[in-house]
Design a binder for this molecule. Sequence first.
Ligand SMILES: NC(=O)c1ccc[n+]([C@@H]2O[C@H](COP(=O)([O-])OP(=O)(O)OC[C@H]3O[C@@H](n4cnc5c(N)ncnc54)[C@H](OP(=O)(O)O)[C@@H]3O)[C@@H](O)[C@H]2O)c1
Length: 384
Amino acid sequence: MSRTSAKDDVHLKPARLVELVCETALLECGRFPGYHATPSLDGVSHCAGCRYSIALVESLLKYRTLGRTELEVSSVSLGTGGPSRIGQWTHRDEAESHRVIHRALDLGINLFDTAAAYSDSEEILGRALKQTPRDKYLIATKFTPTRQDDGEEGEIVESIISPEELVESCERSLKRLQIDVIDVFQFHGVLPGNYRECVDRLLPTAKALQEQGKIRFLGITEYFYQDPAHEMLDLALEDDLWDTIMVKYGILNISAAWSVLPKAAAQNVGVFNMSAVRAKMTRPDELEEIITRWKKAGLIEPGALPTRKPLDFLIHDGVESVVAGGYKFGIEPEAVSTLLVGTGNIQHLEENVDTLLGSPLPTADNDRIRDVFGSFAASEEDSE
Ligand SMILES: NC(=O)c1ccc[n+]([C@@H]2O[C@H](COP(=O)([O-])OP(=O)(O)OC[C@H]3O[C@@H](n4cnc5c(N)ncnc54)[C@H](OP(=O)(O)O)[C@@H]3O)[C@@H](O)[C@H]2O)c1
């Protein structure tokens, strides 16, 4: 392969550049999983063969610190829940899910988010990562702190699980993931009304699991369809008990910018941003419907966006789709430690990494989004 000048290098799309680096691997570079370097005579680490400097590759791959955990995490991470569940709800081909997981590692992603509740996602991750050295990836998983039972009159009764059930859930996750320690163990989808009881009943047990070395850090995630204004996370941040939080911050709900993100930054709490594009932004008809509904409800000015293709104004100057614009918007705040991409599709994964490592959204588009969506926090739930 011929040597390329630094000027040419920067015009390569990041994922392609990564492929070039990996194609010609000789020696493993210590810092990033999947990258390979060999020292050269000028003392700068270069990829063997293609000669791209590792400094250039590293500058394209962005890593951030996950708050007080001090874990260095890729700014883009892979989610195994959502409407895809790493392919379980789309192609249903576990071998393909494994390829997505390994492609993520190759692209520099070192963080995987999963949950006991995500069908077989924990098992799939466990099987896919079995041969991968444990120091090359981080696992964030979750347990469900509530249970729903039928009441005497057929109604649904929700209650908080017992400390013993929490321990069992943790043990099952460790077994399914085939690991000895969970990097981040999260209370999954807690509603504001359940928050206090969850903490009082279950946090001491979670702390005991931490002391036993079964988990490293503790986090909490919101249920954003039922809690679009992030009331639970506001409570959690007042308590200052959590190493990480998981929030939705995206074009269709930017309200985390009002208090959750600034508070998390001030307290050095790690922030996972989930569902930045889910689900309306990936489904053009539903996107049009929800914008129309929000206009009728008086949340959006009638003339602020067109009825047809309301967010297509984002597509220009290197932003190739509404989804790409949505992910770019979601990764932008400094308070976001990592943006979760929930996909079971290798092409989508590569497109998303390319898009997220590229330039940010133009300021004018960012301003327009803030003008249109910046004053309300509404749920998208009704068509889920
Ligand atoms: N309360 C909680 O704790 C909670 C709630 C929600 C999510 N999460 C976590 O956050 C992760 C991310 O959230 P998410 O999966 O809801 O949202 P997301 O990443 O915003 O959206 C995922 C959806 O977008 C599609 N997609 C991805 N890239 C695409 C592309 N380039 N073009 C077109 N479609 C694309 C995926 O389908 P394909 O598979 O076809 O790509 C999937 O349907 C989850 O996987 C989960 O780990 C946690």
